[in-house]
Structure formats: C-alpha cells, structure tokens
Design a protein around this ligand. Sequence first.
Ligand SMILES: *Cc1c(COP(=O)(O)O)cnc(C)c1O
Length: 431
Amino acid sequence: MNTSISQHLFEKAQNFIPGGVNSPVRAFRAVGGSPIFIKSAKGPYVYDEDGNEYIELINSWGPMILGHAHELIQKAVSDAIQHSFSFGAPTRREVEIAELIVSMVPSIEKVRMVNSGTEATMSAIRVARGFTGRDKIIKFEGCYHGHGDSFLIAAGSGAATFGTPDSPGVTRGVANDTLTAPFNDLGAVQQLVDANKNHIAALILEPVVGNMGCVLPKEGFLEGLRKICDEEGIVLILDEVMTGFRLAKGGAQERFGVTPDLTTLGKIIGGGMPVGAYGGKAEIMNWVSPAGPVYQAGTLSGNPIAMAAGLTMLNYLNDHPEVYTQLESSGAKLAAGFRASQEKLGLNYTLNQIGSMYTLFFTNQQVTDFPSAKTSDLILFGKYFHAMLNRGIYMGPSQFESMFLSTALTDEHLNKIIEANEDSLKEILSL
Ligand SMILES: *Cc1c(COP(=O)(O)O)cnc(C)c1O
C-alpha cells in the first residue's frame, strides 16, 4: 500500500499544526506509523490522498450513521447554502429540530443547540450547578465528555492513549470539584455521595461507554445511579454524544429504560456538521439564559447549514426504524463472525458489542471498566490496526475506541471485515 502523499502531508503538517493534527487521536501515536490523509468518502468507503480505498469503521466517530455523503443530506446542505451561511438570528429550522429532538428523546422537554459535544457537556454541567447551587460533579474513569477542564480527569481514549489523565492547564480548583468513580461500581458512587453530602450537583456518564473502547453498563447500574441521584437531589446527565440516535432512535436511555434529567448530544445530530445540543427537564433548562440566569451563548449556534444537515438526518432516522434493525443485525453478524474466527484460532480476546458499536480488546479479561480495559495488549493492538489497514479496513487508531457501523455496510462488506479480522489475527500472532 503506497501512502507517500499522506506521509508527505503529515511531515508538512507538523511544521504548522501541533503534532500535525487538529485532534490528537488522528496522529496514530497509539498505533505507530503515519496517519492517512482522507481525500473523499462515499457510502461505506473512504479514499486517501494516495488513492487507496478503505471500508469505514470510524465514520467520523459516529455521525456518518447512513454512510458518507448521503444524497438527502447533501441536497439539504446544498439547498441551505443558497440562502447564506449564518445569520446569528433565529431561524425556522432551529424550531423544527428542537421539536423533533423533543419528540424522539422523551426525557428532553427543552433543548439548546451548541457547536460541539464539548460545549454541550460544559454547558450541561453549568446548568446543573446553577440549578442545584452545588459545585462538585461525579464522572467515571475512562468516560470522555469532551475537552472541558472539569472533564479532563481520568478521561478515557485520547488522554488514556497518551498517559496524561490530568492535563496540564487544568487548575487544581477545577480538578478538586471533579470526583471520579470506576464505571459499573455503584458502591463507589454511593461512597462518594455519602462523603460529599449536599455538594454534588451532577453525575455525568456515557450510558454505554465508547471512549475506553466499547463498555456496557452492568445490569442495574444505570437504574442504581438514577436512584442515588433521586435520593440526593443530584442531576443525572447522560452523555449521549456517541450513543444518541445510534443505539436506538431515543438513544441508550430508550434502550436501557433509564430517564436522565439532562442529556448531551452531538455527532449524529449534525449529520457531519459541527453541532452539539443539551436538553432535558424544562424545570432545569429554564435556568438557561435568557429564560434564566445561567449564561450560555454561541455566535454560530443553530447555524443554518448545520441545522439543515442535522434536521434531515434526524427526520430520516425518525421515519426509518429499519435503520436500527439493520444496524442491530450488522453488529450481531460481525460479532458472530469475529467469535467464530477466535474459536477457530483458539483465541479468547474480549469482544464488547452492542448494536452498531464494538471493540475487540486484546485481553482475555472481561472489560467492564477502565482498569480492565487497560489490561489489553496495546502493542498487539497496534499491529492488528496496521494489519487491518493494509487489508483496506479503516479502524479507530486506538485500543480505547469503539468502532461505528453505518447502514452503508452490506453483508459483503461485513464479510470482508470478518475475513480481514481473521487474517490479521493470524498474521500478528503468527498462527
Ligand atoms: C465525542 C464526544 C464528546 C465531545 O464531542 P466533540 O464534538 O468532540 O466536542 C463528548 N462526549 C462523548 C461521549 C463523546 O463521544
């Protein structure tokens, strides 16, 4: 595989951009080698600058749930740009998308659009603090909620990969207000709550984690958190930036039957444009300015082009429940294929999968939290990643990432992934 143009671009990029990339995981540091530079993508395929074709498993970390450059979204965006790109004033589509989100995610009564998942979680925490009059928050080790200061404590994928769980530049004051517990450990949460009575504003988590690799909540975990939050007057925030509109039309909260007070959204909600949103109980959201005293604003928030893309995406998902049926069966088919290969090769690596999200962990231990995810053999993962890439499969370049399937993947593509997986395992383990 020739990647000389990508390599050249990366060398040049490092002169002008910190580390050569605009988001750390893209630099391939966790897997070694040099990143491929993407030129275009269509349906299930991405193409790099050297003309190589790959089957997509990143899908922009989730937004491309219908595959790349879907015609309906392309058309919505090209229609919208005829009317200019930004007004900084209210528009009809903002009302339509808010109404649609409220109808698709029952726990959301009011919603505010922002420009990224990071903004959504930062804002949700601020509202929770304003609403409760408390300062501290609880998050879980390995959960990522964007790069807001409060969340760069035991923050999963990016931070995990680079071994800097606490980023320089985050003040001790901020860090002191963030308490962390192991994922799936209700007892630890109860202890934190007991030790900080009436000081905890919010508890935030990814209901299914994507950012330490794919990790599922144990039975009773989400319900238990809901109960603790109810007892202690803590705002329960489900960060569904990854899982929203992916694990079900109404997100993981629909799938697991748990009702949060606030929800944060991003990724799919913009159809590939930069968008985030936070919403929830009207009683809490009415604290947001100008309805209430908690300030939050954005020059480009509700951007008309982004709203056109997002509205078209959400309308499509709302009108096509078969999307979720297909994603379920694609995920199940892939998992079955991976398991069959492992059995054939006498391997027992942990595969976590739910719907269209999965991670193959290079460990034989069950992965239920960050410490167990970290028992994975990262060197082996790096080899596996490159073996897959050489076979035309474009995966997230870190053990601590989830893959994201799209509806553009047919059985034929899934079979290719299964075959590439088996061949890659054989190659890296010399089987
Ligand atoms: C991606 C992600 C974020 C951050 O969203 P950005 O748009 O990258 O700022 C927050 N929370 C979760 C769960 C995410 O996966």
